[in-house]
Design a protein around this ligand. Structure first.
Ligand SMILES: *Cc1c(COP(=O)(O)O)cnc(C)c1O
Length: 234
């Protein structure tokens, strides 16, 4: 099967189009477009795709695997020092050191042991990426994230006991459910804990997420096209 080909021009046009849709959704919700950050999710795509977006002026990116990001991003960050990289995939404790060194934000803090390892590594390295707590709003067994009922306790432990720089919450709604219910739940949890940032919304539902207060939308396919079938080993 032929790999889908997304050219540099496609990526530039996609960025403009997604940017316009974000601005329109924000205005429709009575919000400022600049209050919503587009995280371009470059996972599985080659470094050249990320470079095309960087050349077009985009600066905020997301990856879901530490190893893949370590292969791709040090060179890109050297060429574009103001690029910002967000980790949006699950984090294993043996990858914490590399993640803290490379990423500017981590969206997937979801358990105390991991939070402790992250706090320890921040202490050691002096790097303090922004932290989002991932909430498993759909209570799906296979999905990462703390259960909504355990969220307040984990947020408090991360902020008050471990002094992590917690900025907000993140969720990935179940594919077969109305996403808005999950976005609303995430917003309620964030408000109740005084957290300003909401990482929610992907290519298929980012406009809905913006209506429900998303401050960070994570868009992969909408920017880079379909992901190549072959995934790099991790
Ligand atoms: C891949 C991924 C996205 C982007 O998904 P698209 O549907 O391609 O926009 C967003 N968030 C997370 C956590 C992802 O792993």
């Amino acid at each position: 099967m032929a790999e889908p080909v997304t050219t540099e021009t496609d990526i530039q046009e996609n960025l403009l189009a997604v940017g316009e849709r974000i601005a329109a959704a924000a205005k429709a919700a009575g919000r400022e477009p600049v209050a919503v950050t587009l995280i371009a999710i470059s996972k599985v795509h080659p470094a050249a795709a990320a470079k095309a977006a960087l050349s077009a002026g985009h600066r905020v990116f997301g990856e879901n695997r530490v190893q893949e990001a370590e292969d791709k991003w040090p060179a890109l960050k050297e060429a574009f020092p103001d690029a910002r990289l967000h980790l949006v995939g699950g984090l294993q404790r043996n990858k914490v050191k590399g993640a803290i060194a490379l990423f500017d934000a981590i969206h997937t803090i979801d358990r105390l042991k991991l939070a402790r390892a992250v706090a320890q590594e921040m202490e050691k390295s002096g790097h303090r990426p922004d932290c989002f707590i991932q909430i498993n709003t759909g209570e799906e067994a296979q999905k990462g994230g703390v259960l909504p009922g355990d969220a307040d306790a984990l947020i408090t432990a991360c902020r008050d006991d471990l002094a992590l720089p917690v900025v907000g919450l993140m969720c990935i709604p179940p594919v077969d459910e109305e996403a808005s219910l999950h976005f609303a739940l995430l917003g309620d949890l964030a408000r109740r804990n005084g957290l300003p940032a909401l990482s929610m919304g992907m290519s298929g539902d980012f406009e809905t997420a913006i209506r429900f207060g998303a401050t960070h939308v994570r868009v992969g396919t909408g920017v880079f096209g379909e992901r190549p079938a072959h995934k790099p080993e991790n």
